[in-house]
Design a protein around this ligand. Structure first.
Ligand SMILES: [Zn+2]
Length: 673
């Protein structure tokens, strides 16, 4: 905190031990660009000076203060990993596992020296496939190491019996980010498609195949993936849970795909035969037809491509560099690859997340942060309950059920109560590829082992150091990992206005997902049911339609608009999040007196500044175009402008006028909660 800000706090608080110890921090007013009109472009106003003073680094594709925090977390994790790598810890201990995994990953000379040798066995087995039966077996074998193409069996909460875990069958297996990249002819898709073929060819060449073979392989990959893309649901359809809800018996599954031996597949995966959900039956049938229609040689090329793609980070650097040149630079616009240490830290977090996460929590996560975040979450939930009780558009019976659902919401903060144990995973400093495959195999086993058992409510889908949060509609829970509870999102020294404006908005966002376009389909227990009265649901659709229309008008590039229906859930989360967090903030201050102004900015203004400084992000043009296609979150500036331009509280806080860009006309304002 700088001296000026401290002085301002002193003046307005007029008292206090806190001030003397410099304990309170407000919004970052030094980051504001006062040449921008807050009522015209609040994102530019709140962030302009920070952006001028902090140009986007070459390794980044999006850029905001949260990326800085993310890099700081990587630094902390690196310190932990380096210390584990130095000890000679007992086999199977946390230090041994994460220290050896990280140590093997960092040993670039060893990885380069081994060449493709560690992968040979896998490639030889694919080459040895003689017939369709062998092909099916090989597809299953690769899934055991996390290379699940084009079908994936995973564990899933039964949407019709939410206390049970069943199998789910998805088909994906496409290397490009979305079906449109295969099917549409605009230059932005066609260009990437052509470069994709060149990239696949280059990877085969690097793996030692001659030019003609590599070209044939790349053509085969595009051909098969395009067939899958053609039958795949659109991303908007995929958001509709009813489109992907297909309870299926094991016998029906076998009848749906006569060319694929599911008895052997289930046996190899260790999954009990039983009821499952097939996300896209039409696509599953296309997969089955292609088992016969696509020549075996082309299938082998396809599988080898996905092996090279999945394992590129564990192979000699030329593979990683080529992968970055395509997926990093061409697709997302990054100028430079992250340094190896950061990549290895991230990979350890991905592969052994709860082992590394436990260390992170012990070293860096204060219990006060957990308590304060939980208290904020409870206050925000209370606001959602009030909004449900007092709104004039839900019928009484729907209100009862909505309140039941919100009342049953589970709030997880920081880290899991019970940690995963990885002691059985063979990790050593010998061959990094073996470590990568062993940890992938563990993740697959750990997931599939749940099938046929009662639901374990203690599991987490994010690792503790993650700078993110989620809502799971089937578990009816919000999960806020420890990594999110640090500045700038959450500051133990911050005034309530900025904490509610940042992490509070995020918590409100996650809570709102429980009643967004997808969440509203699940009841309090996580069952997929129509619990709404028809009249209430009609009103809900009209209100959410307002938001879809608002976001349809936003674009990241001339001609590249957001898809309002696709970003709807996240946009509703943003709208609900800011509204609920703002009201929870006001309520939490009742009886406590106002918080300090900072440099003349009122607490309410600081709340909105914190929101914009937390949510506003820049993106490289390539990334923004890809995100508009595949990311259900609106682009950074619209996460500021979108919700705030609907709020009279914002208009009032900054004395904006009707007709200003940040003030949507009364008749167009979207309000949900
Ligand atoms: Zn969200």
């Amino acid at each position: 905190m700088n001296v000026l800000r401290m002085a301002v706090l002193c003046v307005f608080l007029g008292v206090g031990a806190e001030i003397a110890h410099g304990q309170l921090e407000g919004a970052k007013v030094g980051d504001i660009d006062r040449s921008v009109d807050a009522c015209q472009n609040f994102d530019g106003f709140a962030n302009g000076t920070w952006r001028k003073e902090h140009p986007m680094p070459a390794i980044q594709t999006t850029w905001a203060r949260r990326n800085v925090a993310q890099d700081e977390t990587l630094g902390k994790l690196k310190t932990l990993l380096e210390s584990s790598a130095k000890t000679s810890a007992a086999k199977g201990s946390t230090d041994q596992l994460i220290g050896d995994f990280y140590g093997a990953c960092m040993n670039e000379a060893q990885i380069n020296g081994l060449g493709l040798k560690p992968l040979e066995l896998v490639l030889v087995k694919i080459d040895a496939v003689k017939d369709r039966k062998g092909l099916a077996a090989e597809i299953v074998e690769l899934q055991r190491y996390g290379i699940a193409v084009p079908v994936r069996v995973s564990a899933s909460q039964d949407p019709h019996s939410p206390a049970d875990v069943i199998a789910e069958l998805e088909v994906n297996g496409m290397g490009l980010p979305d079906r449109d990249y295969y099917l549409r002819d605009e230059p932005r898709f066609k260009g990437i498609r052509e470069k994709y073929v060149a990239h696949v060819e280059k990877m085969f060449t690097l793996a030692g195949y001659d030019t003609a073979t590599s070209q044939r392989a790349a053509a085969a990959v595009l051909k098969l993936e395009t067939k899958l893309a053609t039958a795949k649901l659109t991303k908007v359809q995929m958001r509709d849970t009813k489109e992907t809800d297909h309870p299926t018996s094991f016998a029906e599954l076998q009848a749906m795909t006569p060319r694929f031996d599911w008895v052997s597949a289930y046996r190899a995966l260790g999954v009990p035969q039983g009821k499952l959900n097939v996300d896209e039956p039409k696509l599953v049938k296309v997969f089955d037809a292609e088992l016969e229609a696509t020549p075996l040689a082309e299938w082998k090329s396809y599988l080898k491509w996905h092996v090279l793609r999945k394992e590129s980070a564990a192979l000699p650097v030329v593979f990683g560099d080529e992968t970055f040149a395509f997926f990093g630079t061409t697709v997302t616009g990054a100028k430079e690859q992250r340094p190896r240490d950061q990549r290895c830290v991230r990979q350890t977090d991905t592969q052994l997340g709860e082992a590394l996460g436990k260390k992170y929590v012990e070293a860096y996560f204060p219990p006060e942060a957990k308590a304060r975040a939980r208290e904020m979450a409870v206050n925000i939930v209370d606001q959602l309950k009030l909004s449900i009780q007092h709104n004039d558009w839900m019928t009484a019976d729907t209100k009862t059920k909505a309140l039941e659902k919100v009342g049953a919401l589970n709030i997880k903060v920081g880290y899991p109560d019970k940690w995963k144990t990885y002691a059985s995973v063979p990790v050593s400093r010998g061959e990094f590829l073996k470590d990568a495959m062993a940890t992938d195999a563990f993740k697959v086993r750990d997931d599939l082992a749940q099938i046929g058992k009662p639901l374990d409510r203690g599991r987490w889908d994010m690792t503790p150091p993650t700078l993110n949060a989620y809502y799971n509609p089937q578990m009816n829970e919000i999960v806020v990992p420890a990594g999110y509870l640090q500045p700038p999102g959450f500051n133990l020294k911050g005034i309530d206005a900025v904490n509610y404006g940042a992490i509070g908005v995020t918590i409100g966002h996650e809570i709102s997902h429980g009643v967004d376009d997808q969440g509203a389909r699940y009841d309090a227990k996580g069952a997929l049911t129509d619990w709404w009265s028809p009249a209430s649901y009609k009103q809900f659709e009209a209100k959410t339609g307002c938001t879809a229309e608002q976001y349809d008008t936003y674009f990241v590039d001339p001609g590249v608009h957001l898809n309002g229906r696709f970003v709807l859930g996240e946009a509703l989360g943003d709208l609900g999040g800011v509204n609920l967090a703002f009201r929870a903030y006001k309520k939490s201050r009742e009886g406590k007196g106002p918080e300090p102004t900072v440099d003349g900015f009122t607490p309410e203004q600081q709340f909105f500044l914190a929101e914009a400084q937390w949510r506003g992000a820049l993106a490289r043009p390539e990334y923004a175009r890809m995100a508009a296609q595949v990311d259900p979150h609106p682009a950074g500036k619209y996460r500021v402008i979108g919700p705030l331009s609907n709020m009279p509280e914002f208009e009032k806080a900054f004395s904006c006028k009707k007709g200003d860009a940040m003030v949507r006309a009364e008749a167009e304002r979207c309000v949900l909660w």
